[in-house]
Design a protein around this ligand. Structure first.
Ligand SMILES: [Zn+2]
Length: 141
């Protein structure tokens, strides 16, 4: 989509730390536009500065961190409740399900925003082969 703000380039905006924009779901370039159009769906572009979000591809990164740092401890809690405490199934489910929602679903959006903002901040992009064949020589740097 073309807007009058497309004429501005990335150099017209001072760099903003990813944690200041991504965690709150703001545009990584201007820090004012919305990054998301839904809970986890990215918008097509920033409505303030026009930055196209096609570069953004966090893939499974947010899910990996949530599984590693949230889901495993919650499942360990559920197993501990069952084995050590001997809690009935209904009590275990009553305590574990809200923990799963709180620790696994809620962090997905800030983590995805942080990863997209970090991609923009560092200019990360998909890897490509060196057409000059300088692999391993350090000549391509
Ligand atoms: Zn923007």
């Amino acid at each position: 989509m073309s807007t009058s703000s497309d004429a501005r380039t990335a150099t017209d905006y001072p760099p903003i730390k990813p944690q200041h924009t991504g965690l709150v779901g703001k545009c990584p370039r201007c820090g004012r536009g919305r990054l998301f159009s839904g809970f986890l769906a990215l918008a097509d572009h920033c409505e303030v500065c026009g930055l196209d979000y096609d570069f953004a591809d966090p893939a499974d990164g947010p899910a990996f961190f949530v599984i590693t740092f949230a889901c495993i401890p919650v499942v360990a809690f559920a197993i501990w409740m069952e084995v050590a405490v001997g809690a009935p199934y209904w009590l275990n489910a009553l305590l574990t399900f809200p923990l799963l929602l709180a620790f696994c679903v809620l962090p997905l959006r800030p983590l995805k925003g942080l990863m997209v903002a970090t991609q923009y901040y560092h200019g990360a992009r998909e890897g490509a082969l060196d057409p000059a064949g300088n692999a391993g020589t350090g000549a391509g740097r």
